[in-house]
Design a protein around this ligand. Structure first.
Ligand code: GP9
Ligand code: MN
Length: 621
């Protein structure tokens, strides 16, 4: 080793070559580590996709080198060193963000991370950091040593020589990149950043999403083409024709509406026992009093909880990147609170946390809520979950009743919080999870058990206060609790095979709707998503909502859910947009994509229509 250092010292050319090569491979290895530690890419390691991703990343690093080689002369070693630090910082941010949100950082996401969000997320992130992440800094001693040794030993290079050096690097980089680019199906990139990251690497994904962002900014004229206009018109026409009403139409007309959006409550815990005890006894009990929809998928993207709120209150899809709450808060929307307000309802949103989080203070107004009851309106007398920093769901529910004027019909939208990642707050919570004690999944189950207890209290209180039968009561989960990095624990717990279609089918959230004076429970296994909640409610409450992209789950024969990343589940097949694989819905056998391509693209049109409405603020017109 010492000899190598001495040789390098004696011959700065060798030293410099070593430094460049070391830089290239250090960054490449970190990128590959990112791709696998986040599960964007998976085994087998030498699969076609993984190979494409590696080659593309290598090519992009060469292009970065070409830039450094051209721009920096005597200071090029320093430039490599600083670039390494910057790219490493980006990769560390990417890794932690991805582990939490399962999404690649983009400019909209980045610009939306105000300090509060950063703070809260930071703490979640600390539980996501992995020992193997040391790989991100393991090269630093060599980079520093090289910098010290070479700093004053590399000489000036004439401009034309630098240009040639740079052009060679650029040419090799571009040709290598083009050799893989043509082999990748790029149309799916529009729906999923993860897909571009998986196939061409995270650096490409950043480049691609930045390009889209700039294009969007430059073309900020809000015009749409004639074809787009027709597409939107036709879609709403078809949707409205499909929503014929019928079953349960108007059954809750004039009644109160209470919606509880339950933080991170996924379907797999419903009705399940662990060591002979029910995980969610109160929700299970509520199934016997309500209509239980057991085949509903969440459709959130980068806006997580806020996306679920948006889906439920507008029946539009959230945007693919960042949070619609941050990016399009100035838009005009047709929404559930607006319609009910017109009908003389008071409309309230309740959430026991900082009012600015997810830009709710602004967005609830945009959506038409009269009152937003947030953390500052509660007495902070009990903290549970989320590092013990958030008002407990129990106290949240207990205090909320007094804030409603029950002499008038009202719509109350409640967003719970205690069952929020990281769940380790609940490690010592008194609910026996047996072998799962101390694991991520075990802690989640405990958190969900606690959240269920609070829901049970809320329902009992509604009954005690004679509100239960005057109300259409809707409960649903907002999004996943188990990220893909913890997938193994869930597969093992449920005794399932590790497969992408099975994983997609696990992305379900419970939806329960109880109408006034309901005597007979019902289970409806129609496939749907959160986007269908609003049209289902509007039918039951007896009003028209012609701007919904969803279906009325009680009056349709359609069976489908479109995820925000373009994955589609129907009763016939599961289409995974990332891999473009299609599986038989019932037995999981692989099907031929070509057979479904037309239908898939017509489903994906829904995302396109939603995006156009939001990004061009079309409801304003
Ligand atoms: C905070 C809460 C958390 O107010 O809604 O949001 P999430 O991190 O689940 O998107
Ligand atoms: Mn949430």
């Amino acid at each position: 080793m010492l000899q190598v250092v001495r040789d390098i010292k004696d011959n700065p050319h060798y030293g410099e070559a070593f430094y460049w090569i070391f830089f290239i491979f250090a960054i490449l290895i970190k990128c590959i580590y990112f791709q696998f530690t986040t599960n964007i890419n998976n085994e087998p390691y030498f699969s076609f996709t993984n190979l494409m991703m590696t080659i593309s990343t290598f090519a992009i690093i060469l292009m970065i080198c070409a830039f450094i080689a051209l721009v920096f002369n005597k200071k090029r070693i320093q430039a490599l060193f600083v670039t390494n630090i910057l790219l490493t910082a980006l990769l560390i941010a990417d890794t932690n963000f991805f582990r939490y949100y399962y999404d690649v950082i983009t400019i909209p996401v980045f610009s939306n991370l105000d300090s509060r969000i950063m703070n809260s997320i930071n703490q979640s992130i600390s539980s996501l950091i992995n020992v193997a992440d040391i790989i991100f800094i393991i090269d630093f001693p060599v980079m520093v040593a090289g910098l010290i040794v070479l700093k004053n030993r590399v000489g000036e290079i004439q401009f034309y020589k630098r240009t040639i050096r740079s052009l060679v690097l650029l040419l090799v980089g571009v040709l290598t990149f083009l050799s893989v680019y043509g082999k990748v199906e790029i149309t799916a990139f529009a729906y999923s950043n993860n897909y571009s990251a998986q196939n061409l690497g995270v650096f490409y994904s950043h480049f691609y999403s930045t390009k889209l962002f700039i294009r969007e900014k430059l073309s900020e004229d809000d015009d749409i083409t004639y074809e787009e206009k027709e597409m939107i018109k036709n879609m709403f026409e078809t949707k409205n024709k499909e929503r014929t009403g019928g079953r349960y139409s108007g059954i809750a007309e004039g009644k109160n509406l209470i919606i509880v959006q339950m933080e991170a409550i996924q379907s797999f815990i419903i009705g399940r026992t662990i060591n002979g005890k029910e995980i969610t006894p109160n929700l299970n009990k509520f199934i016997n009093e309500s209509i239980y929809f057991d085949n509903i998928y969440y459709q959130t993207a980068g806006g997580n909880t806020s996306d679920a709120e948006f889906l439920c209150n507008t029946s539009l899809y959230p945007v693919a990147e960042g949070a619609v709450y941050y990016r399009f808060y100035e838009n005009t929307y047709h929404s559930l609170p607006k319609v009910l307000k017109e009908k003389g309802y008071d409309t309230y949103a309740f959430h026991g946390y900082d009012e600015v989080f997810w830009n709710r203070n602004v967005m609830y107004e945009t959506l038409g809520f009269d009152k937003y009851i947030s953390e500052k309106d509660y007495e902070l007398d009990e903290f549970v979950g989320w590092h013990g920093e958030a008002l407990s769901d129990m106290s949240f529910f207990r205090q909320s009743f007094d804030k409603i004027d029950t002499n008038k019909p009202f719509y109350g939208f409640f967003v719970t919080l205690s069952c929020h990642h990281p769940f380790d707050y609940f490690e010592d919570y008194d609910f026996d999870v047996g072998e799962l004690q101390g694991t991520y999944l075990g802690n989640y189950i405990k958190a969900a058990h606690y959240a269920d207890k609070c829901i049970g209290y809320f329902i009992d209180e509604l009954k005690r206060r004679d509100l239960f039968d005057d109300t259409l009561l809707v409960l649903y989960g907002d999004h996943k609790a188990i990220p893909i990095v913890n997938a193994k624990e869930l597969y093992e717990f449920l005794g399932l095979e590790e497969r992408e279609d099975i994983w997609a089918k696990l992305q379900k959230v419970p939806l329960m709707i109880k109408y006034p004076n309901q005597n007979t429970p019902e289970v409806i296994s129609r496939i749907g998503g959160q986007i269908d909640i609003l049209p289902t409610i509007s039918n039951m409450m007896g009003f028209d909502f012609p701007y919904a992209l969803g279906k009325d789950l009680l009056n349709t024969d359609k069976e489908y859910a479109i995820f925000r990343n373009g994955t589609i589940v129907t009763d016939e097949y599961v289409y995974i947009n990332c891999s473009r694989n299609v599986y038989d819905y019932s037995d999981g056998t692989m099907l031929d994509l070509e057979l479904f391509e037309e239908e898939i693209s017509s489903y994906l049109k829904e995302l396109r229509v939603s995006d156009l409405i939001i990004t061009k603020d079309l409801f304003k017109k």
